[in-house]
Write a protein that binds this ligand. Structure first.
Ligand code: C2E
Ligand code: CA
Ligand code: CA
Length: 571
């Protein structure tokens, strides 16, 4: 190469070195110690810019002293292996500390440089500023670990922590306590999403005060929280801790009429490997607490009987799935309980009641399987089977000559609130040719609490189609009697609770007569269910109740028995 070419190449090389957009440092015959002599070390302007230090300063202090303490160990490990010739280079992400104390993240690649035959260890280190992407990465990680509203760690963080803690015996006894506030949903429909979210924030903040190194708080779902306690105290102290939680929640939740259910489970070598199942058990314990209606803040410790309940629930759900898929499944059928005129005891209709006779578990009460069907949403297809069978029964008795006998069907809120409920019902009416005038639809009162306007709008459509709409379990779920007037309903079915409470020795203490008279003033037909004796019947007759239903007359009957009863009565 001639002199001119050589000069040109050197100029190109210098330009690249000086203007490169990444930091370059070249060490000739390097060592960890600061280098000596002007020719042992070259760095470019970008390297100076990224580290915030001049070439002279870098030469004086050496890279190790400006490396973040958390990264120095890893960096030195690599570097020593590199010097020993074990590796030819390495790459890592590391932090430098700038003169003003700020931290800069770089991606660093170090590699050997070989010039001719020399045995000297020369190397080049390339650094690229990645502070921005590290910041974005940290934000992403934060977002994926935390709940957006409460800022608490979320469910996936808890799951990851539990996985990391598997078989860590040095953590002592480990306990999970869940705080289930799902009843707060009621408030959402009245006051909106932000209202409940703010409430959840207040709850989160208040409970956060109980946290420590061995007691972490997670927001595992919208309105569910979990404390994870390591080195847990004994049972008495633990129960004391639960009392403290209740004490903190009380002032926030009692004025809002929101209940809390606390669930407790110990993390053991037997249950710690299936974390999904573990958290499910915890949820079950907290739901069990919520179901204890006699207390605002109950606490349940998970035990094996609950496990048995889950198994049973799973079995029932499997059967309900089969039923949903097969409209003619024989283990599922309807029974019909007569409803009579109070005055003359003539049959005016029947209530269709679902029955499940499981080949494995035997007869199962609807009180047990309907809530399972609702939780799994299987109530929707099953509800349609019920409607179809009830309509067919209505047609059957009509063909037998019994006209004006109504058939009432219980409709679950989940089915009623589906957008396609009214059109599908119309379709079924056309298909079965049933007369909507003799079909009663019973809707439990509790569904009005959360969805008053929406439900009322649907009821209006149902009335317009000619159906008879009844509020079931009246008196148990909806506080304002006055508003009942605005509802699109034809009749009220007073819950059997009020008949049970009616005391022969003190009938004047019962609110039953007032309930009947208010309902009648509003123009509703009044039905009493759970009539079991003559005294109750007389009372109802005296106070103007229109219709009665109960064991005093008949329980739920098989289809043939119901028809037989119609014949008997018509004789
Ligand atoms: P419900 O709608 O309040 O039905 C009345 C319940 O009271 C029935 O219980 C009936 O057998 C019972 N009963 C009747 N007469 C008397 C009496 O004199 N005394 C007492 N103590 N009880 C009496 P069952 O059949 O166990 O049904 C329980 C609940 O399951 C029903 O309560 C209803 O809410 C629900 N259910 C039943 N079938 C269906 C259905 O097809 N769909 C939906 N969504 N729910 C259903
Ligand atoms: Ca009913
Ligand atoms: Ca009822």
């Amino acid at each position: 190469m001639d002199q001119q070419n050589l000069l040109r190449q050197m100029r190109i090389y210098d330009a690249i070195f000086e203007q490169a957009p990444i930091g370059i440092a070249i060490s000739f015959n390097a060592d960890v110690q600061p280098a000596e002599g002007p020719d042992t070390f070259r760095i470019n302007p970008m390297y100076e810019k990224i580290t915030g230090r001049s070439k002279e300063e870098l030469r004086r202090v050496g890279w190790a002293s400006i490396t973040h303490p958390d990264d120095i160990e890893e960096n030195l490990r690599y570097y020593k292996r590199f010097l020993a010739g074990e590796i030819n280079g390495y790459a890592m992400e590391k932090r430098f500390i700038r003169p003003d104390g700020s931290i800069i993240w770089v991606h660093m690649t170090v590699t050997r440089l070989i010039f001719g035959e020399t045995l000297q260890l020369n190397h080049v280190s390339l650094i690229q500023d990645i502070t921005e992407s590290k910041r974005a990465e940290a934000q992403l990680k934060y977002d994926s670990d935390h709940d957006r509203w409460t800022g608490l760690l979320n469910r996936s963080s808890l799951e990851r922590l539990l996985v990391r803690h598997v078989q860590r015996t040095h953590l002592g006894r480990r306990i999970l306590i869940s705080v289930n506030l799902s009843s707060v949903q009621m408030l959402t429909s009245s006051y909106g999403f932000h209202y409940t979210q703010d409430l959840m924030k207040r709850v989160a903040l208040a409970m956060y005060a109980l946290c420590s190194e061995s007691c972490l708080l997670f927001n595992t779902f919208e309105n569910r929280f979990v404390f994870y306690i390591t080195h847990a105290p004994n049972q008495t102290q633990l129960m004391h801790f639960c009392e403290t939680i209740k004490g903190i929640l009380g002032p926030i939740l009692v004025p809002e009429r929101v209940d809390a259910g606390l669930g407790v489970i110990e993390v053991t070598p037997q249950n710690e490997t299936d974390i999904d199942q573990l958290l499910k058990k915890l949820l079950i314990a907290s739901e069990k607490s919520l179901a204890m209606t006699d207390q605002d803040f109950a606490c349940c410790v998970f035990d094996e009987t609950m496990e048995e309940e889950i198994r049973r629930e799973e079995q029932i759900k499997d059967e309900l799935e089969c039923i949903a898929a097969d409209p003619y499944c024989r283990s599922f059928y309807l029974e019909y309980q007569p409803i009579l005129h109070t005055l003359n005891h003539e049959i005016c209709g029947f209530e269709a009641l679902s029955r499940l006779r499981s080949p494995v578990l035997g007869q199962i009460s609807p009180v047990e399987f309907i809530p399972i069907a609702e939780r799994s949403k299987l109530i929707v297809p099953i509800g349609w089977h019920v409607l179809r069978r009830a309509f067919e029964f209505s047609k059957k008795i009509e063909r037998l000559g019994f006209t004006n006998i109504s058939i009432s069907v219980n409709i679950s809120a989940i089915q009623l609130l589906r957008a396609d409920f009214v059109p599908l019902l119309k379709e079924l009416v056309e298909k079965t040719k049933v007369d909507p005038q003799v079909i009663g639809l019973e809707i439990t009162e509790s569904i009005f609490v959360a969805n008053e306007h929406e439900v009322n709008h649907i009821l209006k459509q149902l009335q317009e189609e000619g159906f008879h709409v009844a509020i079931d379990d009246f008196g148990t779920g909806y506080s304002s009697l006055a508003r009942e007037q605005e509802l699109h309903v034809d009749s009220l079915k007073i819950d059997k609770y009020f008949l049970r409470k009616l005391k022969q020795e003190a009938p004047e203490q019962s609110v039953l007569s007032e309930m009947i008279s208010i309902a009648k003033k509003m123009g509703h037909c009044v039905v009493a269910e759970g009539v079991e004796n003559e005294f109750q019947l007389k009372y109802l007759l005296q106070h103007g109740c229109d219709q009665v239903q109960g064991y005093f007359f008949a329980g739920a009957l098989k289809e043939e028995e119901a028809i037989q009863m119609l014949y008997d009565k018509s004789r």
